[in-house]
Design a protein. Structure first.
Length: 331
């Protein structure tokens, strides 16, 4: 199965297209399941060679035709907007489809890797421990339907495993924290803050950040675990190379940095002074706003993943100089 085809759902998206590039580079046959729409999302795959491109409506047929031929599924496709309010759509895409793919991999002996999310931790009051136990998962309180749907699937997997249910030969869930890097350009308002800050500073305008409405955090002092997309891909490729490793893992650097730090890093990469303007966080967002995220990485390191994570300033400089500052910003 090691040499079989690999299916990446969401493979034309941000993290997915970066993973497809890495899989192609190692010589894998890669199939992508995604929607491209009428925008420029197709450019995320323009440099890739694919074994197949599958629209979501054709996924069941594709799986039926490729029984025994798929080595693994990387399930990165999701409704990922934290502002999406159509909970039925979110559940169909992020929970029901995930269950179907888990069952298919368990039945056909394919390995299964899926994107969970740090949004499962909600406001962080229950901590950021990637404990996959039933009781630990039940304590988490996501603040939006997206985070809830990701936790819902994590909890379903925990229950299946506790009851001795069918499982794929290898399974890995990854809770991505705040990822930035090339090929995120189609994401609109969900683009990383790094990308949004770059757009404004490169145009000679001040960077816009939310003002703090919490007494413990200064303006721009809200903290996030920002992670370079290349580090996420390195971790996924490591798990693919280590079939003995299964479980639910945080994928962040373990080091929280401020939005002001990020804006200063972008400015430095542009050779500019950091010009930052603060605006009020919209009232409708304040009750759900996270002031601090930071991955606990002990389980990831304990599984054997030992590579260092990219420092924020280094990742931003790479992003700005090698992608955003070039005529062709696509990986």
């Amino acid at each position: 199965m090691q040499n079989g085809m690999i299916l990446v759902t969401g493979g034309a998206g941000f993290i997915g297209s970066n993973l497809v590039a890495a899989l192609e580079a190692r010589g894998s046959q890669v199939a992508v399941c995604d929607r491209l729409g009428s925008g420029e999302k197709w450019k995320n795959l323009a440099k890739r060679e694919l074994a197949a491109f599958v629209e979501p409506e054709g996924l069941a047929h594709f799986l039926e035709r490729h029984r025994g031929a798929l080595a693994a599924i990387f399930h990165l496709g999701a409704v990922s907007a934290t502002t999406e309010r159509d909970a039925d759509l979110i559940v169909r895409t992020n929970f029901t489809l995930s269950q179907l793919l888990w069952d298919w991999c368990a039945e056909h002996g394919a390995r299964f890797f899926y994107a969970s999310s740090a949004a499962a931790y909600g406001d962080g009051s229950a901590g950021f421990d990637d404990d996959a136990g039933i009781a630990a998962l039940a304590r988490l309180r996501p603040m939006n339907p997206y985070g809830w749907s990701k936790l819902l699937f994590d909890r379903r997997i925990a229950r299946i495993l506790s009851e001795g249910g069918r499982r794929p030969p290898q399974w890995v869930g990854l809770r991505f924290f705040n990822v930035y890097g090339p090929n995120e350009y189609h994401k609109g308002a969900m683009r990383s803050v790094a990308k949004q800050v770059h757009e404004r500073l490169a145009a000679g305008e001040p960077a816009t950040l939310f003002r703090s409405h919490h007494p413990n955090y200064p303006d721009g002092g809200q903290l996030r675990d920002f992670i370079w997309v290349g580090d996420c891909v390195d971790a996924m490729m490591w798990f693919y190379a280590h079939e003995e490793a299964s479980g639910l893992f945080n994928l962040g650097t373990g080091k929280a940095r401020s939005f002001a730090d990020l804006a200063r890093a972008v400015a430095a990469a542009l050779g500019k002074e950091a010009d930052i303007r603060y605006v009020d966080t919209p009232h409708e967002m304040r009750a759900r706003y996270q002031y601090f995220t930071q991955a606990q990485t002990a389980r990831l390191r304990g599984a054997g993943y030992a590579r260092p994570f990219t420092e924020l300033e280094d990742g931003i400089a790479h992003y700005v100089k090698d992608y955003l500052g070039t005529p062709d910003p696509y990986l």
